[in-house]
Design a protein around this ligand. Structure first.
Ligand code: BV8
Length: 238
């Protein structure tokens, strides 16, 4: 029988062998790598209206703004790398604790850090394709605002824009793992964005929420830990 030890009273999270974890991560997982999140004080959506850059309409109607926003994000990522928290999660997967990571992040850092079972619910910013014929293109082509060689269409990163469906395989796999996990650890997400926000409620296991801001959340967690992802994970890993 799998054993999970989660104690709200003592604010403890024990990593017990034979426990299956699934993680759900959000932009707060990567802020310690100097990548801004979306909705906190320094977040993107405090400076830019997401409707002008991160919707299907923006891609169709304001390609210049769309292109500028994603070029900034791609260039910004070049200076960043996974932090200790990402590395700890990779180590936990190698030790057989972590079954899967479902992430809303598009930076690919869980994979860079060494996690293999990663499901990217909102895609990956480095996967560049033509928005018309879906031919694969390079990041350099996007950054230099080239058009698609095959059909002349605009290039776009493989992120899920508002109004687009999530990749079916990532969604199905996330549901599968979350349903059969003993423990779901949710890190660095405001849980504002549907349908990823519904995932923590879909487990029969225990739930833990690690975040720097703890609002009165709609979702009840078995344990809430206020803190930075990297710092909390380092303590748990000690
Ligand atoms: C869909 C582009 C079906 C990618 C993003 C009205 C009501 C309800 C729902 C809707 C509605 N109107 C529309 C919808 C649906 C919509 C939605 O949910 N909107 C909300 C916002 C109202 N969802 C969709 O459209 C989704 N698709 O539903 O498909 C469909 C299809 C057609 C028609 C109808 C339905 C698609 C969602 C994809 C959204 N894409 N951006 C990109 O550029 O990256 S949104 C953006 O939010 C990012 O993608 C990001 O992944 C996502 C989630 O954000 P978080 O990761 O949670 O980040 P956030 O900043 O919010 O929070 C970070 C937290 O971490 C903070 O609390 C902070 O305090 C904390 N933190 C910071 N540092 C740390 C930390 N914690 C710990 N440690 C730290 N160091």
């Amino acid at each position: 029988m799998n054993r999970v030890s989660v104690s709200q009273k003592d604010s403890c999270l024990f990593a017990v062998p034979d426990t299956f974890f699934t993680l759900l991560t959000g932009a707060g997982m990567s802020t310690e790598s100097n990548i801004p999140d979306f909705r906190s004080k320094e977040g993107w959506w405090r400076k830019i209206d997401p409707r002008t850059v991160a919707t299907t309409q923006a891609l169709e109607d304001h390609y210049d703004l769309f292109h500028e926003f994603y070029s900034r994000r791609i260039n910004g990522l070049k200076k960043c790398s996974p932090h200790i928290g990402h590395e700890i999660l990779a180590h936990w997967e190698r030790r057989g604790f972590i079954q899967a990571i479902s992430t809303q992040n598009v930076d690919g850092f869980h994979k860079t850090a060494g996690n293999m079972n990663v499901y990217e619910l909102h895609g990956n910013i480095h996967d560049i394709r033509c928005k018309e014929c879906h031919s694969v293109a390079s990041e350099e082509q996007l950054l230099s605002k080239d058009s698609c060689i095959q059909c002349g269409g605009h290039l776009r990163p493989g992120v899920v824009l508002f109004g687009e469906s999530l990749p079916e395989n990532s969604w199905d796999a996330s549901l599968f793992h979350i349903r059969k996990s003993d423990l779901v650890i949710v890190i660095g997400t405001s849980l504002e964005v549907y349908p990823a926000s519904n995932l923590p409620q879909m487990t029969n296991g225990k739930t833990v929420y690690i975040n720097t801001e703890i609002s009165r959340n709609r979702i009840q967690f078995d344990l809430v830990i206020k803190g930075k992802a990297g710092e909390v994970l380092r303590k748990v890993d000690e």
